[in-house]
Design a protein around this ligand. Structure first.
Ligand SMILES: Cc1cc2nc3c(=O)[nH]c(=O)nc-3n(C[C@H](O)[C@H](O)[C@H](O)COP(=O)(O)OP(=O)(O)OC[C@H]3O[C@@H](n4cnc5c(N)ncnc54)[C@H](O)[C@@H]3O)c2cc1C
Length: 352
């Protein structure tokens, strides 16, 4: 379907993906209204480990996109001084790891030099000096502040209840705060995206994939960067809070999120020297928007003009680059080859 030039844009969802879209679209002169059911970053973005992780082993249909992710954040940092990213580097290792051919591998001694508190040193580890992490809530606020400075309007506590169309072309959205006319509607609603596409009889298979985010109170300076080992995925924030991400096993006895938080604390004690005390502060389950084939969904929804979808994992890693490329696609009609494997059409076999 040929897409028209569209000036009034509604972005649904104020997580990090919607915030990046609102910022990039506003920067190109669009009249953006960002509509959020809850508060800024109240979805999974508020429960994210938020590692800008561009490493992938095996065949990767989005290698080009992943490869552009860090530079996109570097560029945003120059535009938005409030966007704070800690480029600490990331160490990854496991017994069965297959490292990419181009990877920089560190010896045990080099790993120890990077992370002096590690007790059980691996024979070698992958180190990505260019990777980092951010506070996803703070980053989302910074992006939205940037968008608002460029004229974007933000509505929180406002749910999109219907998408209005006329002759198979979008005309706006119905919300709990009334109707908003729009030439273009961008769905960045995380796990809510499926429900919104269902309203248009073009349901996308995006599942809610739970994972646990834990904040521990402990002393400063335990780890320098991001560590992803067989037992733990951890990093320490600027204020010393130790952050961890863990798999979710349901609410089964011994495996509840609180139990997992306690077990992870024990693992951290076993893996690191010098842990004086470590206590979970918050333990939260976040629902990651996970497309059925694991690849991002970015592009126009088939069958209706002017509805564009941005739903993905890993959404923090990709938010900056997808926001930029999608805004170029939407406003400059500049289609990106890096997004080719992300198109929604792949889920509608009759269109292929
Ligand atoms: C424990 C954990 C660790 C993670 N670690 C990483 C990591 O290290 N690196 C990484 O890249 N990613 C990581 N992720 C995933 C990452 O957090 C998500 O991919 C990303 O936050 C998705 O952002 P989003 O903006 O698409 O979704 P969300 O943050 O969920 O935003 C969508 C918003 O849309 C709103 N919404 C939904 N429906 C409607 C509606 N009808 N009307 C109005 N608003 C609506 C919701 O309220 C929500 O605020 C992790 C996730 C978890 C849980």
């Amino acid at each position: 379907m040929k897409q028209k030039t569209r000036g009034r844009i509604v972005v649904v969802g104020a997580g990090i993906v919607g915030a990046s879209l609102a910022y990039h679209l506003s920067g190109k002169g669009a009249q953006v209204t960002l509509i959020e059911d809850g508060e800024i970053a109240s979805g999974v973005t508020g429960r994210s480990f938020a590692w800008i992780n561009t490493t992938h082993t095996g065949a990767d249909p989005i290698a080009q996109l992943r490869g552009m992710a860090i530079e996109a954040y570097r560029r945003l940092e120059t535009e938005l001084p409030d966007l704070q990213i800690r480029w600490t580097g990331a160490l990854s290792y496991s017994e069965s790891a297959e490292y990419p051919a181009s990877a920089t591998l560190l010896s045990s001694a080099e790993v120890l030099a990077r992370e002096p508190n590690l007790k059980n040193l691996p024979p070698c580890a992958l180190f990505r000096a260019d990777e980092g992490a951010l506070d996803a809530v703070q980053a989302t606020h910074a992006l939205i502040a940037g968008a608002r400075a460029l004229g974007a309007q933000l509505l929180t506590q406002t749910r999109v209840t219907a998408i209005k169309t006329c002759n198979a072309d979008v005309t706006g959205v119905e919300t709990t705060a009334g109707t908003f006319d729009a030439d273009l509607v961008v769905l960045a609603a995380g796990t809510g995206t499926r429900q919104l596409t269902r309203m248009l009889n073009a349901s996308l298979p995006i599942e809610a994939s739970p994972a646990i985010f834990i904040r521990y109170k402990t002393q400063q300076g335990l780890v320098k960067g991001i560590i992803s080992s067989p037992g733990m995925e951890i990093r320490q924030s600027a204020d010393g809070t130790l952050l961890a991400a863990e798999d979710y096993w349901g609410e089964t006895p011994g495996n509840s999120p609180r139990d997992i938080a306690r077990q992870t604390a024990e693992t951290i004690r076993k893996e690191l020297h010098g842990v004086v005390s470590i206590a979970p502060q918050t333990v939260a389950v976040g629902l990651r928007p996970m497309p059925a084939d694991g690849l991002p969904v970015v592009g126009y929804l088939p069958g209706v003009g002017g509805v564009y979808v941005c739903a993905m994992h890993p959404g923090v890693t990709l938010a900056a680059i997808v926001g930029r490329l999608a805004s170029e696609e939407l406003l400059d009609h500049q289609s990106s080859a890096a997004l080719e494997s992300c198109r929604p059409e792949r889920f509608f076999s009759e269109l292929r």
